[in-house]
Design a protein around this ligand. Structure first.
Ligand code: ATP
Length: 219
């Protein structure tokens, strides 16, 4: 009897900080595709967003705490250990080498990231290494995609996730969770306490380590 190949969801991000939108995305993907594992992969330096002002060890620790107790959710710190600019194609190559050619790898993206995809380094190679599963994020539409992304979807779009290890673009639904890390950082800097959009324990962690506070000498 052939065992089903391992199915792994991959959620990359700056997680500065992790919020309930990230967790909701992972839960919706888990429900849609029955992953054996979902790996959270915090970036070292996001070449698109630049260096975060938050130390990567804090971003890692917040992810670790936020996913503790979620069955199958795992922190993978390889991008921070690798250091420098993070390119997803490098991460997927490493994972493919480690997990073998049969593993079903699925890169999870919000619609903002799909719209951006053609700006990613060697983006055409991503689908030789993994599938891509996309969900709509708040008001960020999946219609009228940039032309190069549209043609990728025309070629690789499928209704369901195939058994193959890589190569398809699929779409899944999730309830809208109107939160972004950018907005959260602004609220924290302004002294607000957005506890409802942070996973349990994260606001305490932020307070304890005095993260997202104005730099000394600034108003
Ligand atoms: P920032 O505001 O700093 O750009 P962010 O909130 O977009 O951060 P990231 O860590 O960059 O968070 O996002 C990681 C992944 O999670 C991306 O694929 C992004 O589309 C997705 N994501 C983030 N927030 C949400 C949300 N509220 N709903 C659905 N997906 C989300």
């Amino acid at each position: 009897m052939n065992a089903r190949p391992t199915r792994i969801g991959l959620l990359g991000g700056t997680f500065d900080p992790i919020h309930v939108g990230h967790v909701a995305l992972a839960r919706a993907a888990q429900a849609a595709y029955g992953f054996d594992e979902i790996r959270f992969l915090p970036t070292a330096i996001s070449w698109q967003k630049g260096e975060t002002s938050t130390d990567s060890q804090h971003r890692l620790e917040m992810v670790r705490r936020a996913i503790a107790g979620h069955r199958g959710f795992v922190l993978d710190d390889r991008e921070v250990r690798r250091g420098g600019n993070t390119y997803t194609v490098d991460t997927l190559s490493e994972l493919r080498n480690e997990l073998g050619r049969d593993a079903v790898l699925v890169l999870l993206l919000g619609s903002d990231q799909l719209r951006n995809l053609a700006t990613w380094r060697r983006y055409q190679e991503l689908l030789t290494l993994a599938h891509i599963a996309v969900t709509r994020r708040e008001q960020i539409s999946l219609a009228r995609l940039p032309e190069s992304v549209e043609s990728l979807v025309a070629e690789h779009g499928r209704d369901t996730l195939p058994e193959a290890p890589s190569g398809a673009i699929v779409f899944f639904g999730m309830p809208f969770v109107p939160v972004s890390a950018t907005r959260l950082r602004e609220q924290l800097l302004a002294g607000e306490r957005p506890a409802a959009v942070l996973p349990a324990g994260i606001l305490n962690y932020i307070d304890h380590h005095q993260l997202y506070r104005p730099a000394r000498g600034q108003p």
